[in-house]
Design a protein around this ligand. Structure first.
Ligand code: 5GP
Ligand code: SF4
Ligand code: MG
Length: 456
């Protein structure tokens, strides 16, 4: 998911939030929503689909406070009611909240709230979060967030608002990103820096793991839930491999640079011979350029991407995904025919995409395809907000690299080593990152189900 928030008395919150979430569209295409407050009343506008579809006509509500969300479903299925931001009435007035991430103790919290008489109208963990906040009797919003953070475990980057302020909050592990920016007369929170660029705001800094940021007429204040250096972090390495935009700078690391590095490491680990380097667009582009630059083998476009398609993996359901790949990518024959191709992509999750693409390229006359993947094999599920599927659906959880190579019809297959990956994300200590979907080492306790048996 992508989250955004703005507090600016000189701008229209609804307009800026629209552009902000539009720049975050890659983080979720299922639904979009905007909450606006003018300091007295609050209203939320939401719907299923892309930002441009949901906000074909911008709401007319004026206000200097806005938050926004684009959704990519992990917990809670893809149904209209599971759209964010969620708005609720708290003891101290209305509040709205948008969440990126996934909690690991939702079941328990939900059970407890139900026993205490709460009712739920969605299946999202976000509703658990807003219920906990809304019923809190603590005196200040910061204290309410602290109380919340005592209760919830897992991944959360939250942007929330009341009629007085906006709030940003990041879990102590910092799995999901959140940045602070400045407009001429106000302040912005966003999942990624391109959302700041989109509204001509200046990047100030990352919100820190375990930090609560308050923005109101008095400016910006920071409250630490726990000291930032008191524990290891669990920054998601998948953001750097695939999820984030390549023009983002996240936790001090330029995503484009990290992906170039991954491509260079892939070359160092393989030294494949070939006529051309090609990427699976768009997610393989930067790593392919890195491979080409390091090897001296020319980069050519081998697959043309239909610009009007969304991210294929994100569409739920296997059938839909297969159809989507064919609609999305078409070979450029003159660059493919008779060529020994080094093909670069970011990840293999279920194995659907790679198999279909290799088939497309072979049918277009490719002589040989050596596939390089800029991440290690995905063997374990993610519990922190990225839909890398249940374990039994992960092709690398069941099969060896050699077997996968055969299954997808490649001539060779190489996955970037975890060491190579960690070194590529050069600005962040490996011990402060999460690589759990590759090595199964989760930064914190995760629910047992999903890790379980591979038989069923
Ligand atoms: P699969 O192997 O499941 O067919 O798909 C892997 C491809 O899906 C990769 O090329 C990657 O670019 C793309 N993809 C899209 N969304 C996601 C996501 O949320 N997680 C992962 N791991 N890959 C995704
Ligand atoms: Fe990211 Fe993988 Fe960790 Fe999930 S398990 S937070 S996708 S590194
Ligand atoms: Mg891809």
């Amino acid at each position: 998911c992508g989250v955004f928030g703005i507090f600016d008395r000189d701008l229209s919150a609804v307009h800026e939030t629209y552009y902000g979430i539009f720049a975050l569209q890659h983080r979720g295409q299922e639904s979009a929503g905007i909450t606006v407050s003018d300091g007295k009343t609050m209203e939320t506008f939401r719907g299923m689909g892309l930002v441009t579809e949901v906000f074909h006509n911008l709401p007319e509500k004026e206000g200097h406070i806005g938050i926004g969300h684009v959704r990519y479903s992990t917990t809670g299925s893809s149904i209209p009611v599971n759209v964010q931001p969620l708005q609720a009435d708290s003891i101290d007035g209305p509040m709205a909240l948008a969440h990126n991430g996934n909690l690991v103790n939702t079941k328990n919290l939900r059970r407890r709230l139900l026993l205490e008489g709460s009712t739920f109208s969605t299946t999202m963990d976000t509703e658990v979060i807003i219920k906990l906040l809304a019923r809190s009797r603590r005196a200040t919003e910061e204290e309410k967030f602290k109380e919340l953070m005592d209760e919830i475990h897992g991944a959360y980057a939250i942007v929330a608002c009341t009629n007085d302020a906006i709030y940003g909050c990041r879990d102590p592990f910092g799995y999901r990103p959140l940045v602070l920016g400045k407009t001429e007369h106000g302040w912005v929170l966003a999942s990624e820096t391109p959302a700041l660029d989109a509204i001509d705001a200046e990047f100030v800094r990352d919100v820190l793991p375990g930090e609560i940021v308050t923005i109101d007429d008095k400016g910006v204040r920071s409250t630490m839930y726990c000291p930032v250096d008191s524990h290891r972090h669990g920054i998601c390495s998948f953001e750097y491999i695939y999820f984030a935009r390549p023009d983002s700078i996240m936790n001090g690391q330029d995503i484009y640079q990290a992906r170039l590095n991954m491509g260079r490491k892939l070359w160092e680990e393989t030294h494949y011979e070939g006529d051309v380097v090609m990427s699976v667009p768009d997610s393989g582009n930067v790593a392919a350029l890195g491979y080409s630059a390091a090897s001296g083998i020319p980069f050519v476009e081998g697959l043309l991407k239909n610009k009007y398609m969304g991210r294929t993996f994100i569409q739920p359901g296997q059938k839909k995904r297969e159809r989507a790949v064919r609609m999305k990518l078409n070979p450029i024959r003159m660059n493919v025919e008779g060529k020994r191709i080094i093909l670069v992509d970011d990840s293999i999750v279920r194995g659907t995409t790679s198999g279909i693409i290799i088939n497309l390229l072979k049918n277009a006359g490719a002589k040989e395809i050596k596939l390089c993947i800029s991440s290690p094999p995905v063997r374990y599920p993610c519990f922190f907000g990225i839909d890398t599927a249940e374990r039994k659906q992960l092709i690398a959880a069941k099969y060896s690299t050699e077997e996968i190579c055969k299954m997808i019809g490649a001539d060779s297959l190489h996955y970037l080593s975890q060491k190579g990956l960690a070194e590529s994300i050069s600005e962040i200590k490996a011990s402060d990152m999460c690589f759990a979907c590759f090595d199964g080492v989760y930064p914190e306790k995760v629910p047992h189900d999903g890790l379980g048996s591979m038989e069923d």
